[in-house]
Ligand binder design. Structure first.
Ligand code: ADE
Length: 419
C-alpha cells in the first residue's frame, strides 16, 4: 500500500482547507504519511478574466475547457500519476476501487464543476471516472475528498489501530455491527449485555451475528461477494462419499478413494475455513490407505517437509458410513447439522447457491456439504438431506463433468470466498 501523494485540480481550493487540516486526514498530512497538493485551476485560465469554462456546444450550461485542465495537469510533476475524474458517469466507488487506488503511487483528482469537463480532456488524460453514488452533486470537490479520505485510511499508520484496516479486509463485503459507548443506559435503552459482560468470545460472537443479521436484512445484495466464514459460529464439514454412489450405468457401487481428492480437497477445506473433511468408505483397506497417507505427511512435516500439507491433511477424518459421520458431527456440535447434498444433474427442488448462502448465514447452524464421487450420490441420499444444491454449471455447452475436487473448490469459494 503506497499512496502517499494526491494532487487535486480544482477551481475552488477553499473547499479543502478544513478537510486537510482536520482530524485523521489532517494528522496524516502533518505526520508525512500522505501528501496532498491543491492545484488552482484558475491559475491556468485562458485569459486575464480568469476564464476556465464556456457554453456547452449544442446547448446547456457551462463546461470546463480542456486547455486549462491540460495545463494544470502538465504543471504537476509526476512519473507515475493515475488520473481520476470524479463524475456521476463513473464506476461506483466501492472498497475494491479504494484498495486499487491505495496501491498507486500518485493519484491526481480532477474536479469538474457546472455541467462537467470537456470530453476530449477525459479521453486524452483520464485513467478512471469514479462516481460516489447515483446522485448529482454540484462539483467533484466533495467526491475528491471522499476518495482521499477512504484511500488514506488504508495507508499504514493513518487510522489509529492497524487492526481496524486488517478487519476491513477480513470481514470483507459485510456491514459493520452496531457500536455503543458510555453510559450503559441512555434514555431507558441498555447497551446489549453481551458487550458489557467482559466475555470477549461472547462479545465477538454477538458482533458477528449482528453484522450478519444487518447484512441479511439491509443489504442482501452484498451477499454474492461477501466472505461469510467469519460470521458463522458453528462447524463447517465437507463430506466426500465413496458409498453409496452411482456408476455410469446408474448402479449403486463403492468407488475407490484417490490420493488427488484427499490432497486437493483437504487443501481447499483448509483455505476456506472448513472444520473437518469427512471421507466415507465402507472398505477398511481404503480407510487404512487414507491413514497411511495422512501419517506419511505428518511424519514428513515433523522432518520439516511441507508442513502446510500435513496441516491440511489433518482435517481428514474417515468413517465407514454417512450415518456414523453425521452422528459424530452431532456429538461434536451438540446439534444436528444442516445437511446439503450436491449433484451435477438437475434435480427437482434443488436450490440456487445464493439461496443456500443466505440460509447458512441466517441459521448459523453446523453445516455439512455432501459430495459424491464417481457418477454422483445414490438417490437414497437425496431423501435424507435438508437441502439439495443446484448443479454447478459452466454456462457453456452441454458438457458438465467437473472432477469432485473441482466441484468442492467452486462450491466453497461461492459460500466462503470473498471477492
Ligand atoms: N460529481 C457530481 N456528482 C458526482 C457524483 N455522484 N460522484 C462523483 N462525482 C460527481
Amino acid at each position: 500500500m503506497g499512496v502517499v501523494r494526491f494532487s487535486v485540480v480544482t477551481a475552488f481550493p477553499e473547499y479543502f482547507h478544513a478537510f486537510l487540516n482536520t482530524s485523521i486526514v489532517g494528522k496524516a498530512i502533518k505526520e508525512g504519511k500522505i501528501e496532498v497538493e491543491i492545484v488552482n485551476l484558475r491559475d491556468f485560465a485562458q485569459n486575464s478574466y480568469g476564464q476556465i469554462d464556456d457554453y456547452s456546444y449544442g446547448g446547456g450550461g457551462m463546461v470546463i475547457m480542456p486547455e486549462p485542465l491540460y495545463k494544470a495537469l502538465e504543471s504537476i510533476k509526476s512519473d507515475k500519476a493515475y488520473v481520476v475524474y470524479p463524475s456521476p458517469q463513473g464506476v461506483i466507488l466501492t472498497q475494491d476501487v479504494v484498495e486499487a487506488l491505495a496501491a498507486k503511487d500518485h493519484v491526481i483528482l480532477i474536479c469538474g464543476h457546472y455541467e462537467g469537463i470537456d470530453e476530449r480532456f477525459v479521453e486524452k488524460c483520464v485513467d478512471l471516472e469514479i462516481s460516489i453514488g447515483d446522485y448529482v452533486l454540484t462539483g467533484g470537490e466533495l467526491p475528491a475528498m471522499v476518495i482521499i479520505d477512504a484511500v488514506s485510511r488504508l495507508i499504514p499508520g493513518v487510522v489509529g489501530k492497524k487492526e481496524a484496516v486488517l478487519e476491513d479486509s477480513f470481514y470483507k463485503g459485510m456491514l459493520d455491527y452496531p457500536h455503543y459507548t458510555r453510559p450503559a443506559e441512555w434514555n431507558g435503552i441498555q447497551v446489549p449485555e453481551e458487550l458489557t459482560s467482559g466475555d470477549h468470545e461472547r462479545t465477538a460472537r454477538w458482533r458477528m451475528r449482528q453484522a450478519a443479521l444487518r447484512t441479511l436484512s439491509r443489504r442482501p445484495d452484498l451477499l454474492p461477494r461477501a466472505g461469510i466464514r467469519p460470521y458463522l459460529s458453528r462447524g463447517i464439514y465437507v463430506m466426500l462419499v465413496h458409498h453409496p454412489v452411482l456408476n455410469k450405468n446408474d448402479e449403486v457401487v463403492t468407488s475407490a478413494v484417490t490420493g488427488l481428492d484427499l490432497h486437493d480437497i483437504s487443501r481447499s477445506c483448509m483455505t476456506y475455513g472448513v472444520d473437518k473433511f469427512l471421507v466415507i468408505t465402507p472398505l477398511k483397506s481404503q480407510r487404512d490407505m487414507i491413514h497411511k497417507i495422512t501419517a506419511h505427511w505428518e511424519r514428513a512435516s515433523k522432518e520439516g517437509l511441507n508442513p502446510m500439507r500435513s496441516e491440511a491433511l489433518n482435517l481428514v477424518k474417515t468413517f465407514n458410513s454417512i450415518e456414523f459421520a453425521i452422528m459424530w458431527i452431532k456429538r461434536r456440535e451438540k446439534e444436528k447439522p444442516f445437511i446439503v447434498a450436491t449433484t451435477a444433474k438437475k434435480r427437482k427442488g434443488a436450490i440456487p447457491w445464493l439461496e443456500l448462502k443466505r440460509t447458512i448465514l441466517e441459521q448459523d447452524a453446523p453445516l455439512c456439504l455432501v459430495f459424491g464421487t464417481s457418477w454422483g450420490l445414490a438417490d437414497e441420499i437425496f431423501n435424507q438431506v435438508d437441502a439439495v444444491l443446484d448443479p454447478i454449471l459452466g454456462g457453456y455447452g452441454e458438457y458438465n463433468h467437473l472432477s469432485v475436487r473441482s466441484a468442492v473448490a467452486v462450491a466453497l469459494d461461492r459460500f466462503f470466498g470473498s471477492r
